[in-house]
Structure formats: C-alpha cells, structure tokens
Design a protein around this ligand. Structure first.
Ligand code: ADP
Length: 181
C-alpha cells in the first residue's frame, strides 16, 4: 500500500523564520514543528542552514557580506515555496536586524513570522551540539556568531521561545498555536 503523501495547500500558509544562536534549538524546533503541521494535514517545507550551505549556497562563507547573500537567497526560495501555499520553516542564525528585515521585505510583512529562539550563549556553549563552539573559542573557526561575530537580539519578534523555560514540545506548541488559533 502506498502512503498518501499529498497534503493540503493553504492560503494562510506562513513563513516561520527561526533566528537564534548556533545550538539554540532552531533545527530541533523546525523538525518537530514540521511533523506537527504535516499531521494536521498541511503541506510544509523546512529550509535548513546547514543543508542549504552544502548545496544552493555552497559558494558562500561567513563574512557579513556572504551571510547577507545567504539570507537573501533563502528568503527568495522561502517566498517561492510559500507562494504555493506551503508552510515554510527556515532555520538560519540570521544574526543581524538588517538581514531579518531584508527577509521580511522579500517574503512580505503579512507572511513573515519572526521567531526568536532564545537560549543564553553560555547554554549554547555548554550544549555545543556540533562541537563548533570549542573550535571557535580556540580560534579555529573565524566569524563564529556569539564568539567572534555579533548576534543582534530581535527587538520585536512575533514569538520568543525561551528554551530554558519551555521544553521542545511546549516550544513547538507555542508556534503551532500562534499559526492556527
Ligand atoms: P540550532 O539548529 O539552533 O543550531 P539544534 O536544534 O541543532 O540548534 O540544537 C539544539 C539542542 O538543544 C538540541 O540538542 C536540543 O535537543 C536541545 N534543546 C533543549 N531544549 C530545547 C528546546 N526547548 N527547543 C529546542 N531544542 C532544545
């Protein structure tokens, strides 16, 4: 028996733009939120920083200029997907206000939902999910957000998820409820 994979398109599909430090929880939240949206019957796509950087954006590095171009391309792709009626979750550090404003302008103010995945730097360093902080602190990775490159905290995000206060399920529910209530 083949599994029915087709899902409903939605006129109300949004772009859920996750921003936060490396290790803050963006990928984890993106993947769990994707499952929850799928289970409610809607089409959904995740765009992940690590994945796009090995494909579409593999020519780009981590200078501010390259990060801007990375985010510009991601926002354009997110818009194309979202215009088809598909919920689109993006998981990118997107460290500056300028980058996030650019993404919002490309995607459209009414479609763009900024979600700040708020985890203190010292917790991200402690988690060190990918072992990158250790390398960055040792000077092996230049331009590393939070260590040798700035992260500008969003001033007015649509949603702020404090991962020290909400576990993964609660974090996902906060975003899901915002989308569907
Ligand atoms: P990022 O994509 O932002 O670099 P990851 O999702 O790869 O971060 O890693 C975040 C880590 O934090 C995971 O190991 C995850 O299990 C953990 N974590 C703890 N609490 C939460 C939470 N409330 N939301 C998301 N991740 C959490």
């Amino acid at each position: 028996m083949t599994i029915k994979r087709q899902k409903n398109l939605s006129n109300n599909a949004k772009v859920i733009w996750l921003t936060g430090l490396s290790g803050s929880g963006k990928t984890t939240i993106a993947n769990h939120l994707k499952e929850k949206i799928l289970n409610s019957g809607y089409a959904v796509q995740v765009l992940d920083g690590d994945v796009l950087r090995t494909g579409l954006n593999r020519d780009l590095g981590f200078t501010i200029k390259d990060r801007m171009e990375n985010i510009r391309r991601v926002a354009e792709v997110a818009k194309l997907i979202n215009d088809m009626g598909i919920f689109t979750i993006t998981s990118f550090i997107s460290p500056t206000k300028e980058m996030r404003n650019m993404a919002k302008t490309i995607i459209g103010v009414d479609k763009f939902i900024e979600v700040f995945v708020s985890t203190p730097l010292e917790i991200c360093i402690k988690r060190d999910v990918k072992g990158l902080y250790k390398k960055a602190i040792n000077g092996e990775i230049p331009h590393f957000t939070g260590i040798s490159s700035p992260y500008e905290v969003p001033e007015n995000p649509d949603i702020e998820i404090k991962t020290l206060e909400s576990d993964i399920e609660e974090s996902v529910n906060i975003i899901f409820d915002y989308l569907f209530k």
